[in-house]
Design a protein around this ligand. Structure first.
Ligand code: DX5
Ligand code: ZN
Length: 213
């Protein structure tokens, strides 16, 4: 059973609460919250205050993706702002293990993410310290980019290494390629433009149908 995690980066920020309600109504299991600092990635997005303001919408897991330098500085803030999962980037700090431990110390799940050019085996030293591996299938920073095809091999490799772990994939996923991504071994699927460009409830349903058929 896959989990769909709509990325609010592509939502209508002027009506964010409405869009989040639509994700819940559409049966999305997770809500993907992209946090960017303008340093680790070239873009700036949203922070803990915005996340906190939408935490009043229940029945959806808050899946926070930190694309920021030295994320340990903000782990507690995002925990307090309602994250159920906090994912950090392997490339974003020297103290990856310590940061993952800190996330788990709050009783929430820790995720570890790798950019498209980072090899899958670079996560090996941290196995046992994280609950979800996030494989970026675009260069992090912006929604609406094309899926990098070589990500499929990385997903297969990761699934072999980590048969029981959640494997999330993020970037360029639509109803046209979601099945390939799931067949390769991913079980948590992020989708930004594919969910928010059209009707949210319908788009989530179509993604799920495409993944399962
Ligand atoms: C990119 C973000 C993604 C992005 C996905 O850095 O991490 O979550 O919003 O958007 P789409 O699905 O449009 O590629
Ligand atoms: Zn993301």
């Amino acid at each position: 059973m896959i989990k769909i995690s709509p990325s609010i980066l592509s939502s209508d920020f002027s009506a964010l609460g409405r869009d989040v309600c639509q994700c819940v109504a559409g049966g999305a299991e997770y809500l993907h919250i992209d946090v960017m600092d303008g340093v680790f990635v070239p873009n700036i997005s949203i922070g803990g205050a915005v996340q906190k303001s939408i935490r009043k919408y229940k029945g959806i897991v808050f899946d926070t993706h930190l694309m920021i330098i030295d994320p340990i500085r903000y782990v507690e803030d995002f925990y307090k702002a309602g994250s159920d999962i906090i994912t950090i980037h392997l490339e974003s700090c020297e103290n990856v293990g310590e940061t993952l431990d800190k996330i788990r110390s709050f009783g929430i799940k820790a995720g570890l993410s790798i950019k498209p050019k980072t090899p899958v085996d670079s996560i090996l030293p941290y196995v046992g310290k994280f609950d979800m591996l996030l494989i970026m299938s675009v260069e992090p920073g912006f929604g609406g980019q094309a899926f990098i095809e070589s990500s499929l091999d990385k997903i297969r490799e990761a699934r072999k290494l980590l048969p029981d772990l959640d494997i999330e994939v993020d970037g360029g996923i639509s109803k046209n390629n979601i099945k390939e991504v799931v067949d390769a071994g991913a079980n948590v699927i992020v989708a930004g433009s594919a969910v928010f460009k059209g009707d949210i409830v319908t788009s989530i349903k179509e993604l799920r149908e495409a993944a399962e058929n």
